[in-house]
Every structure is written in C-alpha cells, then in structure tokens.
Design a protein around this ligand. Structure first.
Ligand code: NDP
Ligand code: 8X3
Length: 257
C-alpha cells in the first residue's frame, strides 16, 4: 500500500547522497516535492530530471539551513503559496575532519553544530507547528550510528548525532496526543559525498573509508525512509538503525583484502 502518494514532502540537503535519492524515490511514489539545499545548479538539474522521469514539478529553494531568518522566510513563502508540508526529511548534514578533540578546529565544530543540530532545529521549528495545527505530519531526521556509539576522533560529529537522537526522543514526548510523528533513520556506512566533504575533497582518503567493504548506498537509506514514512498512521517508528552486512558497529567491520 502506498500511503505517500499525493503527500507533499520537504527534503533538506536534496542535492546529493541520501537526500537526492529520497527525492527520486518519493517522486516515484507520487509525492509532491519541495527540495532545499545550497547548490542551485544541482537543484535545477534534479528538478529537470524529476519532471521528465516522473512528471513531478518540484518546488526548489536555495537554502542554507544554518540561516534561521532564511528558513523562516522560506516557511512563510510556502504558506503564501498554499503549500502545506506533510513530510519533512531533515537530511542536510555533514562532518568535517577527523581529529582528536584536543586538536579540533573551531571552524569545523561550528559548521557541524550549526548544520546538524541548529539547522535541523531551525527547519523543525519552522515546519512542525504547521503540522501540529493540522494534526498531521511526519518528520524523519537523519541520525547515525555515530549517535549511538562514539568512535575515535569522531567527537563533535558524534555529539551532533547524539543530539539528533535526543531531539527525536524529546520531540516525540512533546508531540504525544497529536497525530504528528517523528522518526530518525540512523545509518552506518553509506557511500555518498559524505567522506569527500569530511576530508575536504581528498578522494584517496575518502576512498579508504569504504575500502574492502560493500557499504550501503543512498538508495538503501531512501528505501528505509520510505518504509518509515509509509507505515500506517498509528505506527511511529522512533528509530531505525541500519548498517551494511559487513559492518556490525562503528568498530566491527569485515574488510576484504
Ligand atoms: P552528502 O554529502 O552526499 O549530502 C549532504 C547534503 O546536505 C547535500 O545535499 C548538501 O547540499 C546538504 N547540506 C549540507 N550542509 C547544508 C546546509 N548548511 N544547508 C542546506 N543543505 C546542506 O552526504 P549524505 O547524503 O551521506 O548525508 C546526508 C545525511 O545523512 C547527513 O545528515 C549525514 O550526517 C547523515 N548520515 C550519513 C551517513 C553516511 O555514511 N554517508 C551515515 C549516517 C548518517 P548543499 O551542499 O548543496 O547545500
Ligand atoms: C556517518 C557514519 O560511521 O562515519 O554518520 O559516523 S559514520
């Protein structure tokens, strides 16, 4: 059964990886899309693809989730256009660097905290009250196994994903009595642009993360997100933890030589 068809989904970070795969999958399931990210050309290219593949005409919006005023303005513009968001996929996020805490970069810390925690809060604060007013909606946050177990040098990135887990649990308590659901999908290793961003374009270093392993791909996580979203209205999957078969924890990975 397809409970997603006809719904309107806002995806943040739709220009790459998991967000882009979600856009394709939700369009294939008949959702109407609102796509937000910073890279305008990629948004335009994805919109053109969705138009020709699925006949879907997504709204695209150049948005930095760290910019609270821009997020609020965006939400107000959706209201003006009569666009009500049924599904919010809080996907925009990143890691920067892999350093011992004592050597960490303040700039990297700010970027991760401002995007992964405060950016997610900015968008949630703008959209969630509108869902509550309609007593309907579903928010899916991208957590991580890094929000379940810290790993060496992961410190601040892990802390941001622990925060996503805490916020998902806290919001669910605050939402009790409403029909609005909140979930987190918490992946292990997914081969996207994530490691390339973490290591600032160093392809060799990014490649070592996935060496000898069949990692998850963005489409796997888009499948999981669609599963969570497609659950019947009385079912709220609060957390879904997903790893490659060759990875059983951040530390336990069966790499082939
Ligand atoms: P990618 O780097 O492939 O994609 C990240 C997306 O986030 C891009 O579309 C980027 O768009 C967007 N983004 C980053 N910063 C901002 C910002 N300030 N405002 C708006 N959009 C932003 O990574 P993934 O697809 O892998 O990551 C998606 C989410 O999944 C992240 O939250 C990540 O932490 C999480 N995750 C990833 C895992 C992995 O192994 N890949 C595992 C567990 C969780 P643009 O640059 O155009 O703004
Ligand atoms: C991304 C996966 O294991 O690199 O959240 O933290 S991991």
């Amino acid at each position: 059964m397809n409970r997603i068809r006809g719904k309107t989904a806002l995806i943040t970070g739709a220009t790459a990886g998991i967000g882009e795969a979600c856009a394709r999958q939700l369009a294939a399931m008949g959702a109407h899309l609102v796509l937000a990210a910073r890279r305008r050309e990629r948004l335009a290219a994805l919109a053109a693809e969705l138009r020709s593949e699925h006949g879907e005409e997504p709204l695209v919006h150049e948005l930095d989730v760290r910019d609270r005023a821009a997020v609020n303005d965006f939400a107000a513009r959706l209201d003006e256009r009569g666009v009500a968001i049924d599904i919010l996929v809080n996907n925009a996020g990143l890691s920067r660097g892999l350093d011992d805490l004592q050597d960490g970069s303040h700039q990297d810390w700010d970027e991760m905290i401002d995007t992964n925690i405060k950016g997610l809060l900015n968008v949630t604060r703008a959209i969630l009250p509108r869902m509550i007013a309609r007593d309907s909606g579903h928010v899916v946050n991208l957590g991580s196994i890094a929000g379940h177990m810290v790993y060496p040098k992961g410190n601040v990135y892990c802390a941001t994903k622990y925060a996503v887990k805490a916020l998902t649990q806290a919001a669910n308590i605050d939402l009790v009595g409403t029909r609005v659901r909140m979930s987190s999908v918490d992946p292990g290793m997914v081969e996207t642009e994530f490691s390339l961003v973490r290591f600032r374009g160093d392809e060799d270093r990014a490649g070592t993360v996935y060496a000898g392993v069949q990692p998850l791909i963005a489409e796997d996580i888009a499948d999981n997100i669609c599963y969570v979203l497609n659950a019947p209205p009385h079912v709220n999957i609060q957390h879904m933890v997903v790893m490659p078969t060759q990875q059983r924890s951040p530390y336990v990975i069966a790499r082939e030589e």
